[in-house]
Design a protein around this ligand. Structure first.
Ligand code: ATP
Length: 211
């Protein structure tokens, strides 16, 4: 049986229940053998001033401590420079082999900018692209991304049939939680409890993050 692995990238600044719930639902809906969350490197001038890459990773690790279904993958942070998804997927393809089904998952907000990504037209050759609709973001109907959709759009069931090359658009329910709002709340002295895992909130307080 072909192994099926999903990857969900993000800044996770901080990781919240919206990310975690979506990753788990995708794993279940796509019937993946494995689902990994990959924090991306953020250049120091763009990062939250009080939070470094190691702290974002620690929060992700704390969030996943009690969840055997999801894993973390720190490869983009270890490179200490912005990673191209193309490079990450090439590395993963070399690691998992030609036969494994790899799915790169992202929100529609990321997907609509796909044609500005490094070697974007080659991404579908390396993995399936799984796009989750996000309120406020429409499926592109004209332009290069719309053409890509027309060429590769497929049903979820096809993810298992091939190692790469399909584009799946899902209407998944998303919890209305935003990392930006959480950072603003904390800075204003408000509590984000019940929007992020308790262990992550405790870590943020002990470390004095996002103040
Ligand atoms: P912000 O809320 O500040 O925009 P973000 O949470 O969108 O931050 P990332 O951490 O980079 O930023 O998001 C990673 C991925 O998670 C993106 O593909 C994004 O579409 C998705 N995502 C963000 N918020 C949610 C949510 N509430 N539910 C499900 N997925 C989400």
């Amino acid at each position: 049986m072909r192994k099926c692995i999903g990857f969900f990238g993000g800044t996770f600044d901080p990781i919240h229940l919206g990310h975690l719930r979506l990753a788990l639902e995708l794993k279940q809906q796509l019937a993946l053998d494995e689902m990994r969350l990959l924090p991306c490197y953020i250049p120091p001038h763009r990062a939250s001033p009080s939070v470094d890459a190691q702290q974002r990773l620690t929060m992700l690790q704390l969030a996943l401590n009690d969840c055997a279904e999801l894993r973390w993958d720190a490869r983009e942070l270890q490179r200490e420079k912005p990673s191209y998804t193309y490079d990450t997927l090439s590395e993963l393809r070399a690691e998992f082999g030609e036969d494994a089904s790899l799915s790169w998952c992202m929100g529609m907000d990321s997907f609509v900018t796909l044609d500005s990504w490094h070697r974007w037209q080659e991404l579908a050759g390396l993995a399936h692209l799984v796009v989750v609709a996000r309120p406020g973001w429409e499926i592109p109907v004209v332009g290069p991304v719309a053409q890509l959709i027309a060429q590769h759009r497929a049903d979820v069931s096809e993810i298992h049939a091939k190692p790469a090359g399909k584009l799946v658009i899902l209407e998944q329910r998303l919890l209305p939680i935003s990392a930006t709002e959480i950072r603003v709340q904390i800075q204003a002295g408000e509590s984000p409890q019940f929007l992020i895992p308790d262990a992550v909130w405790k870590y943020i307080r002990v470390q004095g993050l996002y103040r």
